[in-house]
Design a protein. Structure first.
Length: 193
C-alpha cells in the first residue's frame, strides 16, 4: 500500500464526547490497517463565528489557514459529527465554512475539500446514532463544498454503552460497519496518494 495519510477529527470539543471517542477509534482502526493516521482537535483551531464583514475587514483567521494546510496534507479525512437538533454542530459548520473560504491562486473554490476523500460518522445517545445530522453534513460537504464523500458511514446509537473499556465498539455489527468504512476510506484515499 502507498503511504496513505488519514486525518480524523470530531465536531465536538466537549470533554467525554462520544464523537471524539469515535474519531479516536477510527484513527486506531486506520493505523492498524496500514495508514498513517492523525487525529486533531478543533479546540486547537479556534475561530470566530463566520461573518462576511469580519472576513472583508480582517481576512480569514490564521486557525482556518492552519487547518486547511493540515487537511491538504492528508489523502482521506474522517469527520465524527455530533447531531445537534437533527443537524450539524455549530462548531463543525463554522469551522468548515471558514476553511471553505480559502483558495490560493490556481486552486478551485473550497480547495481543502478537493483532491481528497471524506468519510462521515456519528455517535449519539439516541436510537438513530446521529444519522439525521450526517445526512445534513453530507449535503453540506458534497453540494456546498464539492467534496467526495464515500457512501459508507459509521453510526453509533446508544453511545453511552456502545464503547468497551478499550474504546472499541461492543456491538459486532457496528464494529464491522466501521471497519468496512475505514477500509473504503483508505482504498479511496490510496488513489489520491
Amino acid at each position: 500500500m502507498k503511504d496513505v495519510r488519514i486525518l480524523t477529527f470530531s465536531g465536538s470539543t466537549r470533554s467525554g464526547s462520544y464523537n471524539t471517542r469515535l474519531a479516536e477509534l477510527v484513527t486506531r482502526t486506520a493505523s492498524e490497517a496500514g495508514a498513517e493516521a492523525t487525529r486533531i482537535s478543533l479546540a486547537d483551531y479556534p475561530m470566530p463565528i463566520y461573518n462576511g464583514d469580519l472576513e472583508a475587514n480582517e481576512g480569514v483567521p490564521e486557525a482556518a489557514k492552519a487547518l486547511k494546510e493540515v487537511m491538504q496534507a492528508h489523502h482521506g479525512i474522517f469527520i465524527a459529527s455530533p447531531e445537534y437538533n437533527t443537524s450539524v454542530s455549530p462548531l463543525l459548520k463554522n469551522t468548515l465554512d471558514w476553511v471553505s473560504r480559502l483558495s490560493a491562486d490556481g486552486e478551485p473554490p473550497a480547495a481543502a475539500f478537493k483532491s481528497r476523500v471524506f468519510a462521515l460518522g456519528a455517535a449519539s445517545p439516541g436510537a438513530l446514532g446521529g444519522i439525521r445530522g450526517l445526512m445534513g453534513l453530507r449535503t453540506i460537504m458534497e453540494i456546498g463544498y464539492g467534496a467526495l464523500v464515500i457512501p459508507e458511514m459509521s453510526t453509533v446509537p446508544a453511545a453511552a454503552s456502545a464503547f468497551d473499556d478499550d474504546g472499541a465498539l461492543s456491538n459486532e455489527r457496528a464494529a464491522g460497519l466501521l471497519e468496512a468504512m475505514v477500509k473504503r476510506l483508505i482504498d479511496e484515499a490510496a488513489l489520491r496518494a
